[in-house]
Design a protein around this ligand. Sequence first.
Ligand code: ZN
Length: 209
Amino acid sequence: MKLLCIGRNYGDHARELGNAVPAEPVFFLKPATALLQHGNAIRLPRFSSDVHHELEVVFRVGRTASHISSERAWEHLDAYTLGLDLTARDVQQEQKEKGLPWEKAKAWDGSAPMSDTWTAIDPGTPPGSMAFSLERNGRVVQRGTTDDMLFPVPALVAYLSRFITLEPGDLVFTGTPAGVGPLAPGDVLEGKLDGRTILTFNVEAEGER
Ligand code: ZN
């Protein structure tokens, strides 16, 4: 399985990093080894001194999707939850300046901590607007609503499926709202979806290997 991640899908976040609002979706991949299951601590990698949290609503693919229309997109998704697209911002900045790919900053082991609480999708009544927020040590740092996505979920899934076949179990990260910021050892992160805390992670420094 793979993780397909959308960048710059909320105007306020694109602007906070000094990026233009994109004319079409921006995406990148993370491998399955990036997944960090609920119950494990986030371990900050030693190659970065500026790992940022990006809280995102994540959709799971239920049926293979290739060259699908946005009208059929919900039929190909079976559930949603919250996840974090952890980003080594210092490394990403270097890669951007050199015009190089982002994987070094985005695709490392454990860079995608996931909630284990999923909500099933009924394609007949697709989910409406969702509110989500992230607390870092008890203080709200990110707050968003899926209404503010520049490209809504069906458009994202249809777009991705023109380039890459989405397979059952693949995860689609749909972008982060403003308020991204650095993590430090000892932090406690809590993500809420529609008022319910469904994601909790502790942050540690990377240990000796
Ligand atoms: Zn992201």
